[in-house]
Design a protein around this ligand. Structure first.
Ligand code: ZN
Length: 150
């Protein structure tokens, strides 16, 4: 019953969006090369959630040093479980020219964390340490693209 009433409305909304895309998009549309105050506000909104995870990141280092593999894994799946969502959301607000690099660095970061998780499962301290440092480097490179990160 409810869906029946929503569907026609959805059609109207989609038609409006399509019209706008045709009208506002196309070859004439300019790709922004600097941050508008509106976009900057969005970046500002999503930065703290990522900065908070960056601040906590070194907790991993102490677990690795102690060969505390249970805590390494709980930390990756616990507090860092939000990392992908937050980083992806922030990456999507960056300038179009910075987005490919931001996305590549984000992907690198997730890859290192996956391999760190694996190294922890196997008790491989050297590999865990390497993946931790590489993850941190990629995390910091990503953040260097974020204009509101200090
Ligand atoms: Zn890397």
């Amino acid at each position: 019953m409810i869906m029946g009433r929503i569907r026609p409305l959805l059609g109207v909304v989609l038609a409006v969006i399509a019209t706008c895309l045709v009208a506002c998009g196309g070859p004439a549309a300019k790709v922004p090369t600097t941050y508008t105050p509106e976009v900057l506000q969005q970046v500002e909104l999503y930065t703290p959630g990522v900065a908070e995870l960056r601040d906590r990141f070194p907790e991993l280092e102490s677990y690795i040093q102690d060969q505390d593999w249970v805590d390494v894994q709980s930390f990756i799946h616990g507090p860092m479980g939000e990392l992908r969502t937050r980083v992806n959301r922030l990456a999507a607000t960056l300038l179009p020219k910075d987005q490919p690099q931001a996305q590549a660095l984000a992907k690198e970061l997730y890859g290192h964390l996956e391999r760190l998780d694996e190294a922890a499962a196997n008790g491989q301290q050297v590999i865990a340490g390497q993946e931790y440092r590489n993850a941190l480097d990629d995390f910091d490179s990503f953040l260097s693209l974020v204009p509101t990160f200090e």
